[in-house]
Design a protein around this ligand. Sequence first.
Ligand code: PRT
Ligand code: MG
Length: 213
Amino acid sequence: MITLALSKGRIFDETLPLLKAAGIEVLEDPEKSRKLILPTNQPNVRVVLVRASDVPTYVEYGGADLGVTGLDTLIEHGGQGLYQPLDLNIAKCRMSVAVRADYDYAAQVRTGARLKVATKYTAIARDFFATKGVHVDMIKLYGSMELAPLTGLADAIVDLVSTGNTLKANHLVEVERIMDISSRLVVNQAALKLKQAPIRAIIDAFAGAVKKD
Ligand code: PRT
Ligand code: MG
């Protein structure tokens, strides 16, 4: 049996065409079914639905043989122990720093002020500001980061941006682009050895179906 870990939503939706290229069709719609294990047209392949941030954990410890996860999630998890053969070029966005439109970020950085930064992505944010030589007080949040500068909880946020509509709707502006983000295929290292042929077949089919920009 080959088990693939996916999260509901954009990653599931954007992985479907890649699965199709590998001859795999998921037989149930996760938005309609309450099942967490979805069968496919291939009796030896199944999909497990987990929280996006749990995908690397499932794959690392063998709860799944493969998974699809955002680079953001992968970096925060720590990629060690996971084989990362492919950038799938899906679920694309960028990791950015944003502040209130009336906050002079450049001046704060220039004068060496200490910044209060709210984010779910503390590892990425810590690394980014350390490299810039900016001192930060990190405030860990699990969602709705956009609220933090509006309420005075933080001076800046580090969050994912795709269209920019969420920032705009909350009167925030992007002041730094930290990195481009896309989703990656991750593979359990023991599974890669023990189930080499079927896993290689999936990796190769995905590789052939990845859309270049
Ligand atoms: O939702 P949950 O807490 O279960 O987990 P999750 O948020 O990690 O999962 P999900 O499915 O929302 O995101 C999965 C992956 O999709 C992320 O890890 C990213 O790699 C990728 N991705 C791509 C995004 C976005 N685009 C994105 N726009 N993830 C989140 N967003 C959010 C962003 O955080 C912000 O709140 O969308 C909002 C901004 O969107 P725009 O279009 O208004 O800029
Ligand atoms: Mg989400």
